[in-house]
Design a protein around this ligand. Sequence first.
Ligand code: GLA
Length: 394
Amino acid sequence: MSNLSQQLSLEKLVFSEFLTRFGHAPEIFRAPGRINLIGDHTDYHQGFVLPAAVDVYITLAIQVSSSSQNRIYSLDFNSYAEFEFSQLSLETIDNQWLKYVYGMLSWIHAIDTDFPSIDLVIGGNIPVGGGMSSSAALCNALGIAFARVAQLTIEPQQIIFAAQATEHRFAGVNCGIMDQFASMFGKDQQAIFLDCQTLTHEYVYLDLRKHCFVLFDTAVKHSLAESEYNQRQIECKQALDSIRADYPQIQSLRDVNKELLYHFQSRLPELNFNRCLFVIEENERVLQSVELLRGAKFEEFGQMMTDSHQGLRFKYEVSCEELDFLVETCVPLSGTYGARMMGGGFGGCTINFLERNQKQQIIQSCKNAFQAKYQRELKVYEVEIVDGARMFID
Ligand code: GLA
């Protein structure tokens, strides 16, 4: 089934599940997952990223509750919760999806103290753990849905900050703003060139008639992922603190160029130096990639992607064996322009930039190689770039 028809049936599914469970009609909201063309682990250093929203979604059916309780059902996890908001606390929630709902509910209750109880069904086709930011999509969709229920006009920017804060405070990951931004502000056929320092963005048109992005999912999620993600921030901060001793005006790695970093090389542990060097180089790659894509220089852009992977692997050290294997398998194939791990790392997906008419051979070769090496099937997602979050009106 194509992603589009899957989505249409998803809307029907959450709608009819809602009707059956709660006996009244809901409104439907959805927010897409994202890919990131290039610029990983730069957003929380106030750097540059180049993501895009893609045609996999979290879809919600919601309405003011006909009971005094919040009644919430997750289709994917086949899990139901019923509670009064004031009686719930983070410590008592043992499933991750409900933590996100609780985080966003806490946000809207702080804005609207009369926020009513809700009936809610959550569905989706964003592979959980696949690195396409299902949690950012969930929070964004909840944000626009709650604003509607509260009958408040809330700026999308406010919603993405609430979604990011939920990730920090309720899920314990100190993420940047890329995922939430891409899922909210995505645009059909465009990548988003985002400056995470100023939050200014430009769209970069992608002519993908002859090219495409395909994701290969390692289906690995190392338990390290969250702790190492936060650890990278600590390592870079240690380096920044040393640099700041001489240059107190420096706020983030965005204010450090290569020359300055090399100037401090002898005073920094090698590990911290490499982490910072990666971030500075990755920012440069994003800037170059935007120019290359605008000039339809796809081969050079593909090389940027592959260089990005090398940096993530050897300098920032957030890759893993399966990701490296997939990149090494895909890059030499005819019709591949570039490949890299995508997102936080330690598992999840690689993103592969391919010649459209050679896509199937490339996918098959990578599937065969993965099966031979790991004795399991490689999951493949063929994605197209779409618009960001919205209310879904039939
Ligand atoms: C995760 C985070 C993002 C970003 C990426 C790495 O997806 O949520 O904010 O840091 O990792 O680029």
